[in-house]
Write a protein that binds this ligand. Structure first.
Ligand code: FES
Length: 209
């Protein structure tokens, strides 16, 4: 089923780029979320703003099953609820201290986030496997109004999941045919860089004309 029919879900990262006990900024059309994986491997997406003084939670660090803010160390669980305030170790943090959390799903090596109530799971993208994610200085609509590009790189079938990230920029999460060999992946990855250069050059020329 085409990706554009799954607008409830936004592809934000490839699983391989988020090992256990790490946090990354997840780019979505409406801003950045803090996407983290606990030490036991569970995924969580939280608003990228600490409820204490607004530091980006994506700058924080993961310890065990919690994400800690880099500024004063307040830590948050998978629901976004504050679990611990280091300056007041005996205090149970009030329920109101909570970061907004979002549904996440991981399918076929792609991590998806839902910012509303999803009606169905994200697509499985059968026949493809993840290759790499690539930022581009190109407006997402220019690349694909549907959020999906089917093409060939180095003669290999590719599926590009395009996400707008604001300011005329985008991220492409690149999937390659599941049958691709290691050498195919290297060739397709190089071809993808050439595709990015071409897209960015054309966008620049259009802006200048
Ligand atoms: S701003 Fe995050 S703990 Fe203070």
């Amino acid at each position: 089923m085409p990706v554009e029919l799954h607008r409830d879900w936004i592809p934000v990262a490839l699983s391989a780029d988020l090992p256990a006990a790490t946090v990354v900024p997840a780019h979505t059309p409406s801003g950045i979320l803090a996407l983290w994986r606990s030490e036991s491997g569970k995924l969580t997406a939280l608003a990228d703003r600490c409820p204490h003084r607004g530091m980006r939670l994506s700058y924080g660090f993961v310890r065990g099953e919690a994400l800690s803010c880099i500024y004063h160390g307040w830590s948050y669980g998978r629901t976004g609820q504050c679990q611990r305030i280091p300056a007041h170790p005996d205090l149970t943090p009030p329920a109101a201290i909570k970061a907004a959390s979002y549904a996440t799903e991981e399918r076929n090596g792609v991590i998806w986030i839902a910012q509303n109530e999803p009606q169905e799971p994200p697509p499985t993208l059968d026949g493809f496997k993840p290759l790499r994610s690539m930022p581009l200085a190109v407006d997402a609509d220019r690349l694909s109004p549907t959020g999906e590009v089917r093409t060939e790189f180095a003669g290999i079938d590719m599926l590009l999941l395009i996400v707008a990230t604001g300011n005329g920029e985008a991220v492409a999460h690149i999937m390659i045919a599941a049958s691709a060999s290691k050498d195919d992946c290297v060739a397709a990855s190089r071809a993808a860089e050439g595709w990015r250069r071409d897209c960015e050059r054309l966008a620049l020329e259009d802006r200048a004309s």
